[in-house]
Design a protein around this ligand. Structure first.
Ligand code: B12
Ligand code: SF4
Length: 477
């Protein structure tokens, strides 16, 4: 069969035949691992091509027999549109990934078949059935697969478009996480289990990727003994990498040292909130705000930059949370920020609880992108949460603050991590300006001082100008 594997894109980032310019947001575009992994699992008698709508237009008239779509919740509406278009042309359309796994009944209504959970095992079975004309609705493995069966992804299929990504060299050492944070899809997908690939498989893959790459594990140190062995084996390779993990790495000086010696330059860490009450309610008490300062300093001492994942809109948050969080991030010397509006993702315990409480206000999955408020917050209005989140994001990425962070970073984490952090800061700033994110602090006095109003007005003009220039920019592909 001729198989086309598709990663859908949200409307404002989508490349189409009419709008062929690839948005200049390469830094936050990385890993097409779900597709390259599924491609690698495809038996050789089939012919596979990929299309990531973020970097190239999708051709609905392509000569294919079967289309496979990967999608997380925010991409579900687009995935269903794609499925409808191809099915109207008589093609088989199947899906897999986070949303089909966590909402199988809904996904199965829009697709000819879905894979729930890992594709290893299930995907070859699906293809055999499709080729024999006996496709079933749902394919799932009886038990989570052994990651010895996880293939080396088909990165060769990204050669044509690789220049549009910050890297296509994303490597996964394990899947899942043993923690069970209530809002987290990883825990819901993998059921609080963590599996690792055989070390020699990972090392063989690392020999194939260039010096700079990233690990896309959700918690790279979920199995500390494995992480230690991996880092030790990597030390002689001279690699430089970034990843994400739980803050607990800071409690293990040996692990930190080994990570640094293996080439770790930056970690995305889910700090989430400075409130213990919020953390306890989300079953994430292990973060322990009383120890943030000491733990973050330990990470910095090893020359590793910290990108903090922060969530606003948790139940203990009131309108003062935004200014408090900004002060907290500055005091903790955070190098970059990914700010998320609390989002009850379907399939998580948090969603079920909010549903029972009648607090889910918006069921347009496209808005489940962590940038929109889709529920009724406990101690503020939805508009205050949206305004405050936008304000905090814009304030964190003010140019003067970025510069201060960079200079400070040179002395605390060193040149290379500081430069990486600077690039990430400028990218987030650019993205936010493209999206016109300015906001307003809902806890500030009704009429802010003149200088603040002037600053906000200038920021609005700046982002309008950026969007205008973007619209006028010539096509790059
Ligand atoms: C890299 C990444 C990104 C990248 C690229 C995404 C991509 N699709 O390649 C970027 C930076 C763009 C991104 C963005 C976002 N992401 Co993201 N991302 C990830 C991350 C860390 C790794 C993805 C990956 O490479 N996985 C490795 C592959 C091998 O694993 P897999 O996807 O599970 O695939 C296996 C199976 O699911 C299955 N499968 C998957 N697809 C398909 C398709 C078919 C046809 C078949 C048969 C099988 C199949 O087979 C694979 C092998 O077994 C995941 C976390 C994770 N562990 O997956 C989060 C994750 C997918 N992201 C998430 C979210 C929420 C987002 C954002 C919405 C918000 C945010 N704050 O990050 C944004 C917005 C995206 C947008 N608007 O387009 C959530 C999704 C939750 C959900 N229920 O929807 C995740 C799970 C993280 C989390 N902690 O919750 N993300
Ligand atoms: S520690 Fe991170 S990956 Fe693990 S369950 Fe919590 S949020 Fe999810």
């Amino acid at each position: 069969m001729k198989i086309l594997l598709v990663l859908p894109a949200v409307e404002y980032l989508r490349v189409t035949k009419a709008a062929r310019r690839v948005p200049r947001r390469a830094m936050l575009r990385f890993s097409v691992l779900p597709l390259t992994t599924v491609a690698a699992l495809t038996p050789p008698e089939h012919q596979v091509t990929l299309c990531d709508e973020n970097v190239e237009p999708l051709d609905f008239d392509a000569d294919v027999d079967l289309v496979g779509v990967t999608f997380m919740t925010a991409l579900a509406p687009r995935a269903y549109e794609i499925a409808a278009e191809f099915r109207a042309r008589g093609k088989l359309v199947v899906g897999g990934g986070y949303h089909p796994t966590l909402c199988p009944d809904e996904a199965a209504q829009h697709l000819d078949a879905i894979v729930v959970g890992d594709a290893e095992g299930a995907w070859p079975r699906l293809l055999a059935d499709a080729a024999a004309g006996r496709l079933q609705r749902v394919y799932r493995n009886e038990a989570p697969c052994d990651l010895a069966d996880a293939p080396i992804p088909r990165r060769d299929l990204t050669a044509r478009t690789a220049r549009h990504y910050v890297t296509v060299n994303a490597v996964q050492t394990g899947r899942g996480c043993r923690h069970g944070c209530r809002y987290c899809s990883i825990a819901a997908f993998h059921g609080r289990t963590h599996r690792t690939r055989p070390l020699d498989h990972v090392l063989a893959e690392l020999r194939e990727v260039p010096r700079d790459f990233m690990f896309v594990d959700d918690n790279l140190i979920a199995d500390p003994a494995y992480a230690r062995a991996l880092f030790r084996a990597m030390a002689p390779m001279g690699k430089r990498w970034v990843s994400q993990c739980a803050i607990e790495i800071a409690d293990d000086p040996e692990l930190l040292r080994l990570a640094r010696d293996a080439g770790c330059r930056g970690l995305f860490i889910g700090i989430e909130t400075a409130s213990q009450e919020n953390l306890a309610a989300m079953d994430k008490g292990f973060n322990n705000p009383a120890r943030y300062h000491q733990r973050l300093a330990a990470i910095r001492r090893h020359g590793i930059g910290v990108v903090a994942g922060i969530i606003v809109g948790l139940d203990a948050d009131d309108p003062t949370v935004f200014a408090r969080t900004l002060r907290f991030l500055q005091a903790q010397r955070i190098d970059a920020l990914q700010l998320n509006i609390m989002t009850p993702l379907p399939g998580t315990p948090l969603f079920d609880e909010m549903e029972r409480q009648g607090r889910v206000t918006d069921r347009d999955w496209a808005r489940y992108d962590f940038r929109h408020c889709v529920f009724a917050p406990a101690r503020m209005t939805a508009a205050q949460l949206q305004d405050g989140a936008d304000w905090l994001y814009a304030q964190f990425y003010r140019l003067d603050r970025i510069l201060v962070r960079f200079v400070r970073g040179i002395f605390t984490i060193g040149w290379l991590p500081a430069l990486l952090a600077l690039k990430l800061n400028l990218t987030y700033r650019y993205d936010n300006r493209c999206e016109g994110i300015v906001g307003r602090n809902p806890a500030a006095a009704e009429s802010p001082p003149l200088w603040q109003r002037l600053g906000e007005r200038l920021a609005t003009w700046g982002s309008t100008l950026t969007r205008w220039r973007l619209r006028r920019a010539p096509a790059s592909s």
